[in-house]
Design a binder for this molecule. Structure first.
Ligand SMILES: [Zn+2]
Length: 346
């Protein structure tokens, strides 16, 4: 539909009519910047909701590419994205631009780690958790508490989901509530237990409603609790939050050990994926055209402007411009590392 048929001032009319937002809230949204960490199932739903709501700038970060097994619940993506293996951050940016061309979208194809998280949250008004693992959530928690940025935790496994909004200094942080990784929603169960889309929608809806409240200044309306839902067992629970824990290493002691890490793990098994991610020891940018030529002597190479896909024996390596590789066909780190050393180098 051309702009003549859809005047810009009409786009947000129903949201402006809503008393909680109004025209003042809408104006605040237009100048707001949100970071969405992870463009999988939760991230897809969050990004769509905030783009439609008119949040002025969305910064998206994701390390992965679209696959057919994502389409059941990752609503931002299409079969064409999976066939092309587009990086999720790029595919998400492309679709968001079709939904709302008036907002700015900044895609980052990257693994979120200690070296980049602080730069990513810089100048953001809110951080929304669309990750699938607790290691990244504790990293977000460290960075958000250190810089005093609000963030909204969310997780979904099977038919169960959980969400909590963290306002550093005012509410408990993630580590106040979960000093260690909780068993119920931990990373190893994420892929092995499966997940259904309705719980994604519930968790993402609560997260994005909280984001809209934070961004419009409606902080009295925040739910201020640990919310838990199970859409299959029909259980909804809300545990009220108290003050931050006096002995919390993160928000009380301000010990941000995850941000200070000297060297991050070089290789990590991607749970339930039969894959290992190997990262370069130092930040580097790969010339994909040169690498493609080099690899074509050793096997079948395909690719797009963001990544290469290289098949060797029973393994498939996907190589990104930042020299990260996702190696499928093994969950053995030493096998993955030796493939990386052989074909990409160090
Ligand atoms: Zn804390």
């Amino acid at each position: 539909m051309t702009p003549e048929f859809q005047p810009a001032n009409d786009r947000y009319s129903r949201q402006i009519l809503f008393a909680g937002i109004g025209s003042e809230g809408q104006a605040r949204l237009a100048t707001a910047r949100a970071l969405i960490v992870g463009c999988g199932a939760l991230g897809s739903a969050q990004a769509e909701a905030l783009a439609r709501a008119g949040v002025g700038t969305l910064r998206l970060v994701d390390r992965d590419f679209v696959e057919f097994s994502n389409l059941q619940r990752q609503t931002m993506f299409t079969e064409a994205d999976a066939a092309e293996r587009l990086p999720k951050a790029i595919a998400c940016r492309d679709h968001l631009t079709e939904i709302n061309s008036a907002i700015a979208v900044e895609p980052h194809i990257a693994d979120v780690n200690h070296s980049n998280i602080e730069g990513l949250i810089e100048e953001c008004d809110v951080v929304i958790d669309g990750t699938d693992n607790f290691a990244t959530r504790y990293l977000i928690n460290d960075a958000a508490v250190k810089h005093g940025v609000n963030w909204i935790y969310g997780a979904a496994v099977g038919s169960y989901g959980v969400s909590m909004t963290i306002r550093p200094g005012q509410t408990p942080c993630l580590r106040c509530i979960f000093p260690e990784t909780p068993a119920a929603a931990s990373a190893p169960t994420c892929d092995t237990a499966g997940v259904i889309m309705p719980i994604i929608n519930v968790v993402a809806a609560v997260q994005t409603a909280e984001a809209l409240k934070l961004l419009t200044g409606a902080t009295d309306d925040l739910h201020n609790s640990l919310m838990q839902f199970d859409v299959w067992k029909n259980e909804w629970r809300r545990i009220a939050l108290r003050k931050p824990a006096d002995d919390c290493p993160t928000c009380a002691m301000r010990n941000f050990e995850l941000l200070d890490a000297e060297a991050q793990e070089f290789a990590a098994v991607l749970c339930g994926r039969q894959a290992v991610q190997v990262s370069p020891a130092k930040p580097v940018t790969v010339n994909l055209a040169d690498l493609r030529q080099r690899l074509s002597a050793a096997g079948d190479v395909k690719g797009n402007e963001y990544l290469l896909r290289f098949r060797t024996g029973e393994f498939e390596m996907t190589i990104f411009q930042d020299a990260r590789s996702i190696i499928r066909g093994t969950e053995d780190i030493s096998t993955a590392r030796s493939l990386y050393a052989k074909f990409i180098g160090n």
